[in-house]
Design a protein around this ligand. Structure first.
Ligand code: 6PG
Length: 461
């Protein structure tokens, strides 16, 4: 019997996805570069093994799949994907489809999609999500999506009865949305880490007390997977009973998706300072030796806060930061949608992020509602979030101010606050920039009063 779909790459994510597909009742053929991995995978698949055809060559894989074929690639992003496509193409027939489900740079996906018979989809949720229900952001030709949607919607997570799998647009749209998801993931994690730092260094709380604060917040407006696991990691202890957080080196890794988002935002002229700050913070974290040297030289600022910050205030600061971060991320996608001609389905993006993915949270429900009311409106201007920002921005300000005084760095939260303050300033200071540009380069300016004349009376030496 022919398999309904194929999958290449039985690493952690690929293996989990293959089991998920088989469990949902689809026959699947799998192949891995190392045959031993394929055999072990099949041997360990239990009762799902009956739905899985292990193959030892690419030719066998292709032959095992019903036409027109659909083959999912779960291989490392980058040149490996191009190599795999090149190896597969000669074996495929007209109408066959290669689906790259890795974390590809969307520019690569755009390029690969041009040849046809290819679609890029973003999958989020880590190993657990891949196995039991990820969030899927589809891209490529809509007809191709429709063809594979029965499988992808069946394996996806669901929120309020709807599958978290949606077609975002042509070409690289799915991978673009996944990149923004990851940028937001970086920012959410950074803001959580900053508040963790306030509790640890500013308030002198123990890891167990910090865990309790996160647990409590996870029952309120901040409910989310990342807050939940922040509570779990803060509560965990190693074999000696030491808090795990106290034994983990403070150098953050990154595979690059957050950086791509920041780079793309610059190309689009889309302000996403919270995400940019989160990427910057990971880069600074990696410079451990310099930080140690810096502490030896300048580390004299008292870090313990004087006591005006409460846990309730920190929760509200985090709520404000989160709203501002998502407002920036969604605004970036609105901008990209216009510049790339995609027509990204903004409310649907919020909906597919409600379950399955790393940034899943209850707040995304409200974001979906706000985007449904007006998909192009900045979230910070939506009534629901205006109220919440009014109720929380004072705490964000207080937290940022207190920490600045005590030398506790809050790069993402303070970047969010600065953006918020700029966004509520009708008369900015860019008139000074314009005057200087005109002064040194005769670049011209517009006048507030609309009167003619676009150059100043500058006396050039
Ligand atoms: C997801 C994650 C996933 C992966 C990131 C981690 O949505 O499931 O984003 O894609 O965990 O690639 O990225 P960094 O290694 O850059 O932190």
């Amino acid at each position: 019997m022919s398999a309904e779909i194929g999958l290449i790459g039985l690493g952690t994510m690929g293996a989990s996805l293959a089991l998920n597909i088989a469990e949902k009742g689809f026959d699947i053929a799998v192949w891995n570069r190392t045959t031993e991995v394929t055999r072990e995978f099949h041997a360990g698949a239990g009762e799902l093994a009956a739905r899985i055809t292990p193959t030892e060559t690419l030719e066998d894989l292709v032959q095992a799949i019903a036409r027109p074929r659909a083959i999912i690639l779960m291989v490392p992003a980058g040149p490996v994907v191009d190599d795999q496509i090149a190896a597969l193409r000669p074996l495929l027939d007209e109408g066959d489809l290669i689906i790259d489900a890795g974390n590809a740079n969307f520019h690569d996906t755009e390029r690969r999609a041009k040849a046809g018979g290819f679609m890029g989809i973003g999958i989020s949720g880590g190993e657990e999500g891949a196995r039991h229900g990820p969030s899927i952001m589809g891209g490529g030709a809509s007809a191709d999506w429709d063809r594979v949607a029965p499988v992808l919607t069946a394996i996806a997570a669901s929120a309020e009865g709807q599958p978290c799998a949606t077609w975002m647009g042509a070409g690289g749209a799915g991978h673009f949305v996944k990149a923004v998801h990851n940028g937001i993931e970086y920012a959410d994690m950074q803001m959580i880490a900053e508040i963790y730092g306030v509790m640890r260094d500013g308030l002198g709380m123990s890891a167990a007390q910090i865990a309790e604060a996160f647990r409590q917040w996870n029952r309120g407006p901040l409910q989310s997977y990342l807050i939940e696991i922040a509570g779990e990691v803060a509560a965990a202890v190693d074999a000696d009973g030491a808090p795990m957080l106290d034994v983990i080196l403070d150098k953050a890794g990154q595979k690059g998706t957050g950086r791509w988002t920041a780079i793309e935002a610059q190309h689009l002229a889309a302000p996403i300072p919270v995400i940019e700050a989160a990427v910057m913070a990971r880069n600074v974290s990696a410079r451990l030796e310099e930080r140690r040297a810096g502490e030896a030289l300048f580390g004299c600022a008292p870090r313990r806060l004087p006591g005006s910050l409460s846990l309730e205030g920190l929760e509200r600061a985090l709520i404000a930061g989160k709203i501002l971060c998502y407002a920036q991320g969604f605004a970036m996608m609105t901008e990209a949608s216009a510049q790339f001609g995609w027509d990204l389905p903004m409310p649907e993006i919020a909906k597919v992020w409600r379950a399955g993915c790393i940034i899943r949270s209850t707040m995304l429900n409200d974001m979906a509602t706000a985007l449904q009311e007006d998909p192009g409106r900045n979230l910070m201007l939506a009534p629901l979030f205006i109220d919440r920002l009014c109720g929380t921005q004072g705490d964000l300000r207080e937290t940022v101010a207190e920490c600045a005084r005590s030398g506790l760095p809050l790069p993402a939260l303070s970047a969010g606050l600065a953006w918020f303050d700029m966004m509520r300033t009708a008369r900015s200071t860019a008139n000074m920039i314009q005057a200087q540009r005109d002064f040194f380069g005769a670049h011209g300016f517009e006048r507030l009063d609309g009167a003619p004349g676009k150059h100043g009376p500058w006396a050039h030496g």
